[in-house]
Ligand binder design. Structure first.
Ligand code: PHE
Length: 341
């Protein structure tokens, strides 16, 4: 039995020392010290010894058990420490590695132009409004004096959602004139930028989706002189002092009189060149005095109040501002193009 105990001790100690991880060590604990373990089996045979032999054997057995338990404990502590060490090593973060640089974007040239326009009008006391792109024909046409049968209501020009032609993608920002008149207290000074939609094929100057900025003033004694003075000031702030404008008669159903405003070509100074197609002038916006019937339809007395409005194409403004030749560049969003502004 003495020999047996010595063998168990030697084997167990060697096995503990060789255990690669806690799971293996646990299995060894069961193998040697468990209820059906090897040492337990020897202890069970104790009863068969003579009373003289028993105390010495008992002491030896206890020593072996204590030695195994201590060895287990030490090995367990060592394995845990090693496991922790390995985890720390595996999960180590090297804070000295340089970070991945984040590529910073910047504003789109069209929004740079829009922000400039907003700044100018906010400085003159205008409020900036936002409005729906899915619009009722009531606001896009009816209340703007474009009655049934008006050419702009044609299906070949306008995106409708219903067969009755009552719900549509707005074809202009002018419905915001009506929405402002119906909801805001007088006097009114607003601009309303946003997307508009028309059935146009894509080319260098056309897109089925583009942006406009609507502007409107309604007050007592507002005249065409206020319209011209305001727009001239805006143009000088956008394109530089001394930039010349000209106003040509035009027609819009909701303004009377109506006009288009041109700016003198920035490239040739008015002599005529490819940029202005030899004209010397470039068309910038439509405008006019709000038609009395339009005021009336929105509940404003045209005998007391008058007003003016304009609608400016935002892509065109940006193209002129940054000398961009093709409208498609504005929407393609190629970073090599965008990076230039
Ligand atoms: N809505 C007109 C257009 O899209 C522009 C405009 C706005 C004209 C306001 C007069 C007054 O062409």
């Amino acid at each position: 039995m003495k020999e047996q105990l010595a063998n168990i001790r030697a084997q167990a100690l060697a096995a503990f020392a060789a255990a690669a991880d806690s799971a293996q060590l646990d299995a060894l604990r069961v193998q040697y010290l468990g209820k059906k373990g090897e040492l337990t089996a020897v202890l069970k045979m104790m009863g068969k010894l003579s009373p003289e032999e028993r105390p010495a054997m008992g002491q030896l057995a206890n020593e072996v058990r204590a030695a195994l338990e201590q060895a287990l404990e030490e090995r367990s502590t060592a394995l845990e420490a090693a496991a922790l060490e390995k985890r720390l090593e595996d999960e180590a973060v090297d804070v000295t590695i340089p970070g991945k640089s984040v590529k910073l974007g910047h504003r789109h040239p069209m929004y740079i132009a829009l922000d400039e326009i907003k700044e100018i009008f906010i400085g003159m006391g205008f409020t900036v409004l936002d409005g729906p792109e899915i619009e009722l024909a009531t606001y896009n046409f009816d209340k703007l004096n474009a009655e049934e049968g008006h050419p702009s209501r044609d299906w070949s020009d306008t995106f409708y959602f219903d067969t009755d032609s009552r719900v549509m993608l707005r074809s202009q920002t002018s419905p915001m004139q009506v929405r402002a008149m119906e909801t805001m207290p007088l006097p009114i000074r607003i601009i309303a930028p946003g997307r508009v939609y028309r059935k146009d094929e894509v080319d260098a100057t056309h897109s089925p989706m583009f942006h406009q900025v609507e502007g409107m003033v309604i007050d007592k004694n507002v005249t065409m002189a206020d319209l011209k003075g305001t727009l001239n000031t805006v143009v000088e702030q956008l394109y530089g002092k001394g930039t010349k404008t000209r106003f040509r008669p035009h027609h819009f159903p909701f303004t009377e009189p109506s006009c288009e405003m041109d700016v003198q070509c920035h490239k040739c100074g008015g002599v005529g060149c490819p940029t202005c197609k030899g004209e010397g002038w470039i068309e910038l916006l439509g405008a006019g005095m709000i038609h009395p019937h339009v005021l009336e339809m929105s509940g404003i007395d045209p005998n007391v109040y008058s007003g003016w409005a304009f609608g400016i194409g935002l892509e065109r403004t940006a193209m002129r501002r940054f000398k961009i030749a093709d409208l498609r560049l504005i929407f393609e969003n190629d970073v090599r193009f965008l990076e230039q502004f």
